[in-house]
Write a protein that binds this ligand. Structure first.
Ligand code: CTP
Ligand code: MG
Length: 171
């Protein structure tokens, strides 16, 4: 069993392609108000969690809420893919601006498994190209997370590891 160790006051980025199980993992290990999901914020501003044109507005609000929580000393998890370096850079900058530690939890689940899961979801009927692209981006970025500024990095290397992982909050 892998321990996911995060500082008690941290800004946690889940990192993983669509279908890797980020939202399921977050629901199991964190409190409902600790998790800010990009899909939920997209839905709030546009009425549709898949409306990509709402992404910028959604993240602006998500980051505003995250900042308020961090200023109150509350651990916050961002449930978004974070496969793009730019997305991770913004998260690290937000953590630094609020004097908390940025942590990364990578859900490295095989693309084929994620595709099979998504095929069963009514709300994730995008083509295989999307997953392919996300997977390539994830591969390229995975080794450099510590260099990007993440102070704690945990890589879960299979769906089984994701499902069994335990959360450890360090003081
Ligand atoms: N799932 C599963 N077994 C797991 C984890 C997830 O069957 N151990 C299923 C979920 O029920 C869901 C799908 O796989 O139907 C994707 O899981 P989810 O947690 O929603 O993945 P995310 O990474 O959050 O996907 P997205 O980026 O699209 O939100
Ligand atoms: Mg999700």
């Amino acid at each position: 069993t892998v321990d996911v160790t995060v500082p008690a006051l941290s800004l946690v980025a889940l990192v993983g392609i669509s279908g890797s199980g980020k939202s399921t993992f977050a629901r199991r290990l964190f409190g409902p108000h600790e998790v800010l999901s990009s899909d939920a914020f997209r839905a709030m501003v546009s009425g549709d969690e898949n409306d990509q044109s709402a992404t910028a507005d959604a993240f602006e609000l998500l980051f505003a809420v995250a900042g308020k929580r961090l200023d109150r000393g509350l651990l916050t998890v961002v449930d978004a893919t974070h496969v793009q370096p730019e997305a991770r850079r913004k998260l690290v900058a937000l953590a630094r601006a609020h004097d908390v530690l940025p942590a990364a939890v990578v859900l490295d689940v095989p693309e084929a498994e994620c595709a099979a899961r998504n095929a069963a979801r009514p709300d994730r009927q995008f083509g295989r190209g999307v997953l392919r692209r996300q997977s390539d981006q994830l591969r390229r970025g995975m080794r450099s997370l510590a260099k990007e500024g993440f102070r704690s990095v945990t890589v879960l290397r299979s769906a089984a590891e994701v499902d069994a992982a335990r959360l450890v909050r360090t003081p």
